[in-house]
Design a protein around this ligand. Sequence first.
Ligand code: NAD
Ligand code: 6OD
Length: 500
Amino acid sequence: MQVQVTEIANLTKSRREVLNFIDGEYVKGSLGRTFENRSPVDGSLISLVYEAGREEVDRAVRAARTALDGAWGRLGIPERAALLHQVADEINRRFDDFVEAEVADTGKPASLTRHLDIPRGAANFKIFADVVKNVPTESFEMTAPDGARVINYAVRRPKGVIAVVCPWNLPLLLMTWKVGPALACGNAVVVKPSEETPTTAALLGEVMKTVGVPDGVYNVVHGFGPQSAGEFLTRHLGVNAITFTGETATGTAIMKAAADGVRAVSFELGGKNPAIVFADANFEAAIEGTARSAFANCGQVCLGTERVYVERPLFERFVQALKQRAESLTPGLPHDAATGLGPLISRGHREKVLSYYRKAVADGATVVTGGGIPEMPAALQNGAWVQPTIWTGLGDDSAVVREEIFGPCCHIRPFDGEDEVVRLANDTPYGLAASVWTQDISRAHRLAGALEVGICWINSWFLRDLRTPFGGARQSGIGREGGVHSLEFYSELRNVCVHL
Ligand code: NAD
Ligand code: 6OD
């Protein structure tokens, strides 16, 4: 996105403005400058976003600390959990507002937003409210040297002020996936949404206010990464822990920032996820699942498939069937029922994706379908449209097969045996997710044991139970969130030892 410094005075009233949310109030901030939020559908200006400077970030962190020391910190678990249920209910009551905001920022099909982003945005508050209410802590009895009885018991305490730094691909879903458990554990948060998708994070401030979450518990600061709100926030020593979803390279920078003050990090990072299709797979299910995992959200899902390995007897049939699926995806407007594919998030991201499309050709790929920009009506030509693309014939060392592209594309390669495909699938610095398609249950379990990933789906993709551990192996992340695992990051256990 192009950053434009705009004098506040020059704003026309007809343009929407997105403000920072600090200590229960919407504020423009001391920098007096905005950046543009443009539609990926047609490049039009959606809103001007007020960038937070060091001063706003500092105010947000201090507001969060004050909330912890005040009414929020004194609230019991049942009251906190009840408030978070109300947050979820209010998101659902304002469902259409959230859909419109998310669709405007991302350009994704409204059907996807209605089905995935917003329902999960609400569910993330309910599930963790319930987890916190229901998960016990431990207790031990022993005898002291003087013969007295001793009871030890553990209590959960919030970590404090949590910085939540988010990406643009599933903005509300991924933000609330962290804010939900953070608040359920009694922390206060400062959220830095992606500069590409600031709106639903800002809108959530209204929800917090409406249901009576105390001021300062939920704060939002807008801006960029380096030398902007992202870096100011993660370097702020008033922040006790940092939870981040985004690129592995950004995680590396944030981890360095977190070293000062020895702050804990939880990272959900990039991936180059394999799908493995055996000849005995349910063919239709494997095609349907792989099409979704490669092309849903225009390929901008961290769990998405960019490497497909198909057992040789099925290879040609599979390639042709996936080609048909890709070609059936009609790019179009978010609210058009016929739309099967939205745009990428920005022209800048499209340039990155297209550079891989060019590289694939240079590396000798067969372009099975796609490979460029679709023809769009004149009104949409300034959007970030790209064709869903399938390649075959690349070597295992091509950058296209090794690096995360984050677009609607995949490379399909034949394989001949289980050992070979496990070696190929694991030949990556990443380790986020894998999908295995087979009807041989023993083989499925063997593969799940051998693939070095955080989540292995058998005959499915992106099927989520929010109580399960979620995270990446290797360079795809640090730590696990979900269910009790989120409690491990967002709270600390204090042991109380009582000499009776
Ligand atoms: P990104 O890393 O570019 O940006 C993510 C956030 O970090 C943004 O808010 C950005 O402003 C901020 N940021 C950037 N540099 C920073 C810095 N130096 N200090 C502090 N903050 C900084 O990621 P993106 O392009 O928004 O999202 C796409 C990436 O996210 C892909 O790599 C994808 O795989 C990954 N992702 C991973 C998961 C997962 O669960 N593992 C989920 C979604 C997305
Ligand atoms: O489903 C989730 O909880 C989750 N964190 C999904 C991540 C998707 C990545 O784009």
